[in-house]
Design a protein around this ligand. Sequence first.
Ligand code: ZN
Length: 300
Amino acid sequence: MGKPVYVSFLIDCNWHGFSPLKPSSVFADVGYTVGTPEKTRILGDIKTALELVERSLNGKCNWSILSHPDQRYLLYRDPFLDCWREAVRQGGELSLHPHEDIPREGSRIKDTDYMRAVLEDLKNVIVREGLSSHSFRSGYFGRNDELPAVLAELGLTVDYSSAPGYKEPSVESDWMGASPSGGFIRASDAASYGTGNVDETGVFMIPLGWDGAGGKFTENYLFNEAAELETLLSVYAAIRRRAEAEGPQFVQYLFHLSAMNEPRFTKRVADFAGHLLQNDGVIVTGSEASEVFRKGSRGG
Ligand SMILES: [Zn+2]
């Protein structure tokens, strides 16, 4: 047995056609648009995802629920609330995912007061429905160093926003120099997390799994729809080598709801999960990852 790699699977619960800023390499066909969400299709995708998560991840998944100024509450209302209840019943956790990206304008991630208001509102909506969320993910891996303090205030104690080695100024993303493995964020610098037992903010960052080599989603990260299985496995091998050299690793595996209608993408999630379970990987939710880390850093 090698040293463990703790992997938190995160499904970005988006809808087909959502691409408000820089069309990504992954969903490049749609251009700069918020899209026109089709409820029936979204429900079908969620059903597929719930089955996949129960079968391949034993229910342990982080469901990051998209919100956008043009579709603020779409996924925070019926008929979707019952889906999130089912996700939690399976053993999953819910994450707030406000994508404050305005077509032809830009990202609002750096506007801390604005972000605080959006997050507080979404959290309240979730709580009113008898659900709860204790985590956050920015849009496009945007970064705001003032945000961890706000997240702590709101009880959002896990953050999935980091993509170490990635920089894209058009979406306010810059994680150059950030740790490839998770840890508690130190005050006033979202990228200053990592090993060690410093726990200033109480917010645990789980970065996108990274091989440490380059900054391309198609080559260097655990990004299900961007990279082929073979690539994902070689990224995972690099993370395992890092675990052997530096100790247990805490990383995120990202996949998307809008891709769930394509069997090659659901198969890739299942194949990757099967591989990691045979190879020192442990599938954990965000709060479990944080708890394991906390115990480990106390020397337990
Ligand atoms: Zn997203």
